[in-house]
Design a protein. Sequence first.
Length: 308
Amino acid sequence: MIGHITVGLDGSRESLAAADWAAREARRRGLTLRLVHAWEGLTDPDRDTGLSEPVLPELAVPRHWARRILSSAENDLGLRHPGLPIVADLVAEPPLAAMAAAGREAELLVLGSRGLGGVTGFLVGSVALSAVAHADRPVVLVRAGYGADDERVPDANGFTASGAPYRAVVLGLDASSSCDPVAEFAFDAAARREAPLYVVHTWDAPSSHADQLSAPRERDTGAECEERVRRALTAALRPWREKYPGQSVTEVLRTGKPARNLIALTADAGLLVVGRRKRSSPVGAHLGPVAHAVIHYVGCPVAVVPHD
């Protein structure tokens, strides 16, 4: 199946919110939505047609609920998104393996994300966290309860109309490295929503201790350094501004911790886009510190885009 968005379903509130977000994104992109529920207990999927009993009686109830999770979500999304092509698949594999395979085949993989920070956040080795660390395609993580109204800007009374403007897209960008897939994803997402795009770059300001050690004519280097960083960010964004000439783009420079800046600046955002460098360690693929932090603490959907 070419041209689709895949969402992993396990029946949790998080995965249902992810499915709803994925359905809206599929409509924005004109793609098919694929719902996937994975369970290794489906050892003989060809026989699991609903017309015959499972080989082991103790698997009957889990298989019934696996089918029900998919059928309920498919019916609900079909009613709320009429005309959207939807396919639903039961996969006889462990969830992590199934999501990894599904992510390789899809334009976008969408998963539910648990809790906000601390010990209630992602558990190391969870399906979502591992899928993000190993995916070759973009992965979007969605919190439980995040709905269509949360994507749009409320009015002065706190109500959100269906045609209200979309909330801003925030892009965390390292202007010192080549992150074209990350920038392309963010510009495309903002353009499809007709939403403003904020590009955040964090830089290291010269320390006061270093200034004290410098010669008098070299002390005032902060403004010069910031200007160099600003020029680098502008240059990195130039080809994307030219490709999306009507897109509203605001460049934001901050000092301090990149993750902390992104968490603060996404309080009213509709989507955060960050990159993940494709690299391996002796223990396998892993997330960088910024991506790892924001998927724990940011409340809006987070898109993690792999790049070289």
